[in-house]
Write a protein that binds this ligand. Structure first.
Ligand SMILES: Nc1nc2c(ncn2[C@@H]2O[C@H](COP(=O)(O)OP(=O)(O)OP(=O)(O)O)[C@@H](O)[C@H]2O)c(=O)[nH]1
Ligand SMILES: [Mg+2]
Length: 189
């Protein structure tokens, strides 16, 4: 009887958990995006002052519920010396959000290099990918189309995995975090 009831309880209330990595160069806006996501989707989370966010050394973790899915975000530091730690988290991730600073044309090729290294990992094969062209509030920033063009020769490495590029303004919470959730839910049935 206990097993039956606990099974029923789990069926009704237990959420499927997915780990989503947030990657990208330093200053791209990853932690800002995570903070906004937590603020928008966690009822009792007040959120921190965005101007107090400093560069991430290590990782930040955030959890939100989207429908029957629980998304655990791991926001990793993007500085060059920290990028070598990214692959330690690949095996456990169900999705990747890659954040690009659309105002930083100078570092776009550096970002593309880090992106290509990441998607070339066999461990991430088939893992859905959401690319955010962040800082769209800044006049004259690169558009999604510009970024797609700059990253176009990465397409063969992306292969058949689900991949979506979206404009984003993390400081104004104008991007859709659950897009990652929807991608994941589709991928995992
Ligand atoms: N204008 C503008 N600035 C943004 C936006 N998102 C983030 N920023 C700013 O970009 C800077 C870096 O943001 P972070 O969230 O710390 O960047 P990060 O990717 O976590 O950087 P690391 O932790 O060093 O890897 C901060 O000054 C943010 O306020 C945005 O949408 N628009
Ligand atoms: Mg950070």
């Amino acid at each position: 009887m206990y097993t039956l009831l606990s099974g029923l309880y789990k069926y009704m209330f237990q959420k499927d958990e997915f780990c989503v990595l947030i990657l990208g160069l330093d200053n791209a806006g990853k932690t800002t995006f995570l903070e906004q996501t937590k603020t928008k989707f966690s009822k009792n989370y007040k959120g921190m002052n965005l101007s107090k966010i400093t560069t991430t050394v290590g990782l930040n973790i955030g959890t939100i519920d989207v429908g029957k899915a629980r998304l655990m975000f791991w926001d990793l530091g993007g500085q060059e010396e920290l990028q070598s730690l990214w692959d330690k988290y690949y095996a456990e991730s169900h999705g990747v959000i890659y954040v690009i600073d659309s105002t930083d044309e100078e570092r776009l090729s550096e970002s593309k290099e880090a992106f290509e290294k990441m998607i070339s990992s066999e461990v991430l094969e088939g893992v859905p990918l959401l690319v955010l062209a962040n800082k769209q509030d800044v006049p004259d920033c690169l558009s999604v189309a510009d970024i797609k063009t700059a990253f176009s020769d990465s397409a063969p490495k992306i292969g058949k995995r689900d991949c979506l590029v979206q404009p984003c303004t993390a400081v104004q919470s104008l991007c859709s975090a659950p897009t990652a959730g929807r991608l994941l839910c589709r991928e995992n049935g």
